[in-house]
Design a protein around this ligand. Structure first.
Ligand SMILES: [Zn+2]
Ligand SMILES: [Zn+2]
Length: 356
């Protein structure tokens, strides 16, 4: 079938809206009519670094149009979002730790295990990022990366749940699992950090200190649950946090900045758990800090099993406890390059491209 897609034709070029061919779904695949797709920093990174012809986009929402014969759990008309893919057969998957799937890195190749792709242009394969390719009017995804969502919700807003939002919220709710009333600091308040702030509020953390250098983001952090915020460029971060609460029991970093990680290190209480998305840098603890019970880990995908965690986040959203829609700004499909630019320039927390 013919579809419209925003195609990446090589390093550092603007996306071009173009007609592509899309195969019918295979037995374990799902054909989705895409409604919207969020722009993520991974899309920007791929745009700036990859030479391959690709369809970017991996935070998609849409409606199931057709399913393959082995897709038991979904039917035509279901509202769905996409998330990372896992094999379901390796030891990690069998134990329910899908984020540690042996095949996790295949997500970045974008290819099926047999090396093919469902998109093509004049007979030449076009690679969908994360085996998804959300910036297209239709997409064919593996069944494990398609998650059914409540049809009463506005489908246009839900795509980003499958990547940045899940990662930030999951780092707090699945890994840190804070005790109510205890202090947490969140470094970086983009989509991932703000989602962590919202999750910290759900967990009952107090205080919740947010650190960033973009004033509008700090304002949004206060709006979605932070109790204190600091402009990390202007203020001595560790001094400020110590004056607020002495130190923190939990910390989450999205920046990878060695300066911010250093400030984090100075405010960790004995026994504190810290984690981060590990892009750019990680906290390396000394022997003494380890003896004090401090820990650091990198929380890939927020240790989330998407079909379990996304519906849980939507339950919080429905009762007003997880107001992630405040981060979104919508763009038309023909404005996709503008949406990418807004994400690159940090002027919009989460641009979402509407397919119609
Ligand atoms: Zn992403
Ligand atoms: Zn697996």
């Amino acid at each position: 079938m013919k579809v419209q897609a925003a195609v990446h034709f090589g390093k550092n070029t603007e996306l071009v809206i173009q007609e592509l061919d899309l195969e019918e779904p295979r037995p374990d695949e799902v054909l989705i009519k895409t409604v919207a797709c969020g722009v993520c920093h991974t899309d920007i990174w791929v745009q700036e670094n990859y030479m391959d012809t690709m369809v970017l986009g991996h935070e998609a929402s849409g409606m199931v149009e057709r399913v393959g014969s082995d897709v038991g759990t979904l039917t035509a008309g279901d509202h769905v979002v996409t998330a990372y893919n896992w094999c379901g057969e390796c030891e990690s998957c069998r134990q329910g730790r899908t984020w540690e799937c042996d095949s996790f890195d295949d997500n970045f190749d974008g290819l099926r295990p047999d090396g093919t792709t469902p998109f093509s242009l004049n007979g030449r394969p076009v690679v969908p990022l994360m085996r998804e390719g959300g910036f297209a009017s239709k997409m064919v995804c593996h069944k494990n990366s398609v998650i059914k969502v409540d049809p009463s919700l506005d489908l246009r807003s839900l795509g980003p749940l499958g990547c940045g939002i899940m990662t930030g919220a999951g780092s707090v709710l699945n890994y840190l699992t804070p005790e109510p009333g205890r202090p947490i600091a969140v470094f970086g308040t983009g989509c991932v950090g703000l989602s962590a702030v919202m999750a910290a509020r759900i967990a009952g953390c107090d205080p919740i200190v947010a650190v960033d250098r973009v004033p509008s983001r700090l304002e949004l952090a206060m709006n979605v649950g932070a109790t204190h915020c600091i402009d990390g460029k202007k203020t001595d971060i560790s001094k400020f946090i110590k004056s607020v609460c002495g130190g923190v029991d939990y910390a989450f970093d999205t920046t990878g900045s060695s300066r911010l990680l250093d400030a984090m290190r100075k405010v960790l209480n004995p026994g504190a758990s810290a984690c981060g998305v590990g892009i750019g840098g990680a906290l390396v603890l000394s022997e003494r800090e380890l003896r004090e019970g401090k820990s650091w880990t990198t929380t890939n995908t927020g240790f989330s099993v998407p079909p379990l965690f996304i519906p849980k986040l939507l339950e919080y959203y429905k009762v007003g406890q997880f107001p992630f829609e405040k981060m979104l700004r919508f763009y038309r499909f023909d404005g996709i390059n503008e949406a990418f630019e807004a994400n690159r320039a940090c002027t919009v927390v989460k641009p979402v491209v509407l397919m119609e």
